[in-house]
Write a protein that binds this ligand. Structure first.
Ligand code: CA
Length: 140
């Protein structure tokens, strides 16, 4: 593994970013699973936009994937401090094929920046949906 320079560098960056993933304005991994069975998952990044960029919001760039052909769709959504969950984006066809793309800035329309954001991926199953929820991420 050490002889593969690119893969090793990627692994180190990934590990470092994960260890520091609770705050920042540089893209950090946003890889979630709904459960150990992995019915739904995200793969991508989050960051906070600088003040003056967009709405200074919580910016996500993730694939939202439905991994099990069980008739239940999968969706992703985010939120920022003081607000409920955003609208949902995902693959709602209940099939294992394909992923949706969520490339959104989630922001406070009454502020020039936000300090806190969170994201979840959920299976639209019976009763309360089964979700994988990130920690709260912070700008500072
Ligand atoms: Ca499914």
């Amino acid at each position: 593994m050490l002889s593969i320079g690119v893969a090793t560098a990627t692994a180190i960056l990934g590990f470092g970013a994960s260890a520091l993933a609770s705050h920042g304005t540089s893209p950090a991994p946003l890889n979630l699973k709904t459960s150990s069975a992995n019915e739904g998952s995200t793969s991508g990044t989050w960051k906070f936009n600088a003040v003056g960029v967009g709405h200074g919001g919580f910016q996500v760039a993730v694939s939202v994937c439905d991994n099990v052909n069980d008739g239940n769709g999968v969706y992703g959504q985010g939120r920022v401090e003081g607000y409920g969950w955003s609208s949902s984006i995902g693959d709602g066809n209940g099939s294992a094929a394909g992923c949706g793309w969520d490339g959104r800035e989630i922001y406070d329309p009454q502020a020039t920046w936000v300090n806190r954001g969170q994201y979840q991926v959920c299976v639209d199953d019976f009763g309360a949906d089964t979700c994988g929820v990130s920690q709260w991420f912070y700008r500072h």
